[in-house]
Design a protein around this ligand. Structure first.
Ligand code: ADP
Ligand code: MG
Length: 457
């Protein structure tokens, strides 16, 4: 066994960098990783220099796990990395030049440092991949303008809307567009959480000057999930100054949040009024057409054909947000690939059982019974009765099947609502309809119609 003690290894730093480069986007590589310098590899530890403690912190938060990963895979004799601060350029201020008595800061804000994520732009989040309709076109147009125009015409751009509606997607799209752009405008993209973490770290490390320098030196500052800084007074204070500095230099700011500026909670009045003064645009809940458009576009990107009825089913059923819609589509596709089964409506419905029930939490068994009775022109009471003629029992089977698909009720609960029947009767009915659906096109379209009606109630 190789003795790790006191061995100074020869280490190919350039090769190491080229491996890291494969793992991070170009911008991160150029702005951060390239600033690092090799010190030594010794006793299983890779020692690196960073030009300032701010950069050291940023690297630690954002890239340390990538560095470790690359190291462990390619240089198995190394098991850890240590970053030391050593100024070797004049781009950053020496820490000693910064006079910020820590004791003057009595409250540290609660930030969970381990909770930060890798800064990596998602390659799928581009303007090309963003499907536009009336619920999001304003936000899309505004984001596109920010990316294309060198002078801000509205500042800040404040995009708000519920979870999973494409806010982060639009911000990454701006970033990708800026990278393609010849103007070489500098930008920073980060979450408000990370902004807060970095600020607290800068305070602790007394590197507040490099923090300020970095945020005030960018052409475009994008902060995602701005609502996160609610209640964090010091971070807000710092943000406020950063904001003013950038705006007065004619630099663009883009923010996203889950609520409109006026509905933001625990954010200083003066910040709210500045947000209001820019362009707040909302992304609204998805429309049925948008959901269909997104599903079609995703299926096309994945190079897979999804039957129209499956697309309709998904677009009708999963109305909460785009993330869930995508999740459902991905589940269907993975199932199809792994189990090698054809993608069709019944497979999709079975697979998304829980999602469907969740999405339809408001549909009651009583409502289903009522709609089914109306549709088949039978008396409501007969659905739960013992009548056994063909049309009544078919309607009953269908109502049970829909109750299973569209509500969270258990099989015994369903049985109870159908005249106190046993759960095995419910299973029998559900299976019967599931089987029939495979061949009976009329039944198939009836069920779809009923589902549509029920989902729109
Ligand atoms: P938010 O930041 O608003 O919570 P995201 O931007 O993370 O939402 O979007 C969630 C998912 O939905 C992402 O995978 C994104 O690509 C997708 N998405 C949202 N809106 C659209 C859209 N209009 N076109 C295509 N994909 C979208
Ligand atoms: Mg987001």
């Amino acid at each position: 066994m190789l003795d790790k003690e006191n061995i100074s290894q020869s280490f190919d730093w350039e090769h190491f960098l080229s491996l890291i480069q494969l793992e991070v986007d170009q911008l991160s590589f150029d702005s951060w990783i390239k600033q690092l310098q090799y010190n030594k590899a010794q006793n299983g530890v890779l020692y690196i220099y960073a030009p300032s403690s701010f950069i050291k912190n940023w690297i630690t938060i954002n890239f340390k796990s990538i560095i470790l990963d690359v190291m462990i895979k390619n240089f198995p004799y190394l098991t850890n990395v240590e970053i030391d601060v050593q100024s070797f350029g004049n781009s950053d201020l020496e820490d000693s030049e910064i006079n910020m008595p820590l004791s003057s800061l009595n409250v540290y804000e609660e930030v969970n440092i381990s909770n930060t994520f890798e800064f990596k732009l998602n390659p799928d989040y581009t303007f090309e991949n963003f499907v536009v309709d009336k619920s999001n076109e304003f936000a899309y147009e505004a984001a596109l303008r920010v990316a294309k125009q060198s002078q801000p015409s509205f500042n800040p751009l404040f995009i708000y809307g519920g979870v999973g509606l494409g806010k982060t997607h639009l911000m990454h799209s701006i970033a990708w567009e800026l990278m393609k752009d010849k103007q070489n405008r500098k930008f920073l993209y980060l979450t408000a959480e990370k902004f807060a973490v970095l600020y607290v770290m800068a305070l602790r490390e007394k590197s507040i000057m490099s923090f300020k320098e970095m945020f005030r030196g960018t052409d475009i500052l994008m902060i995602d999930d701005f609502q996160f800084i609610a209640g964090k007074e010091q971070t807000q204070e710092e943000f406020f100054h950063t904001f003013n500095s950038l705006i007065s230099q004619g630099k663009q700011i883009v923010l996203t949040a889950d609520k409109s500026p006026l509905s933001l909670y625990k954010i200083e009045e003066r910040i709210i009024s500045r947000l209001q003064a820019g362009l707040p645009v909302s992304i609204n809940a998805t429309t049925y057409e948008l959901r269909v458009g997104i599903l079609e576009s995703k299926a096309k990107n994945l190079n897979i054909k999804i039957p129209k009825d499956v697309i309709d089913f998904l677009a009708h059923t999963i109305t909460s947000n785009v993330r869930e819609l995508e999740g459902a589509l991905k589940r269907i596709i993975s199932y199809h690939r792994i189990m090698n089964v054809k993608i069709d409506l019944s497979m999709s419905m079975t697979l998304l059982d829980d999602v469907v029930k969740y999405a339809n939490k408001n549909i009651s068994i009583e409502l289903i019974q009522k709609k089914v009775a109306e549709h088949y022109n039978i008396k409501l009471v007969d659905i739960s009765s013992i009548k056994k003629d063909k049309s009544t029992s078919t309607a009953r089977h269908i109502a049970m099947y829909l109750s299973k698909q569209l509500t969270k009720a258990s099989l015994p609960e369903i049985g109870k609502k159908f005249g106190g029947r046993d759960h095995t009767t419910v299973i029998y009915s559900v299976n019967k309809i599931t089987e029939k659906l495979k061949t009976d096109m009329n039944l198939d379209s009836d069920i779809k119609l009923l589902m549509n009606v029920l989902q729109k109630m």
